[in-house]
Design a protein around this ligand. Sequence first.
Ligand code: MLT
Length: 314
Amino acid sequence: AALVAASAALAEYPEKPITIIVPFSAGGPTDKVARDLAEALRVPLKATIVIENVGGAGGTLGTAKVAKAAPDGYTLLLHHIGIATAPALYRSLSFKPLEDFEYLGLINEVPMTVIGKPGLPANNWGELTKWLKDNQGKVNLAHAGLGAASHLCGLLFQQSLKMEMTTVPYKGTGPAMTDLMGGQVDLMCDQTTNTTAQIASGKVKAYAVTTPKRLATPALAKLPTLDESGLKGFNVSIWHGLYAPKGTPKAVADKLNTALKTALKDPGFVKREEELGAVVVSDARTGPAEHKKFVGDEIAKWGPVIKAAGQYAD
Ligand code: MLT
């Protein structure tokens, strides 16, 4: 009877709107990926997809909400590297990344850029490092909380430069970008999905990219890498994945993974990602097992790095 009910449920799934929780504010890079992906998922899933922004605590509040949601396939999580860095940042984390979720597949890789407020009196990396040294102790660095990509990059950036900056937390780098453009904060390290347009329009200053190789995106191609600028080995690339609560029926999870694979081949989605400096992952990386193994490897990779920086949220 249970089998019949389950297969009946699957036959209908989805029969109502699906909510994708984004654990950061609207208008930020995670939100952009989610809205673009939702657009590409609508046809394969034949469902209305609603984006719900649940910001706070570097993405851990929204992530915890999905971990506790009903495992019926109607509440999903779209999150980034923060799901793997949170265990090293929070001693009492309210979710276990590898135990509390069904892994539905990786989505993309996104480089980061070091950007500054429009009035910052430095127009390239060399002038920026001089300005940073001359203003030691007075520099405000924006990020989106412990667990955010902007926090991770900012942490490594300060470590590499051997400088302490005043860090200003936001619920997402969408609102942080507004303050940066307004000059309320000086500096930020953020994903190209959020910075490409502002850099191209000259609304912020851009100094470097965080990946080992320069980027092909026209507005970003002239930016040097941090590695070539002297921060040897600096390499931060943000990735996104899709998750459902543990216990979601396998048939439903498989249907979502299949729809994701289709969405990642949607020409419009791929084009929008590339325009923003992001790269959609290859088909081989979108399997649930590959996704879960990758997150496990990332937890193992970033844990010691973060612990060495001695940054705890609690
Ligand atoms: C966002 O979407 O606001 C960002 O992902 C925040 C961050 O991780 O820096």
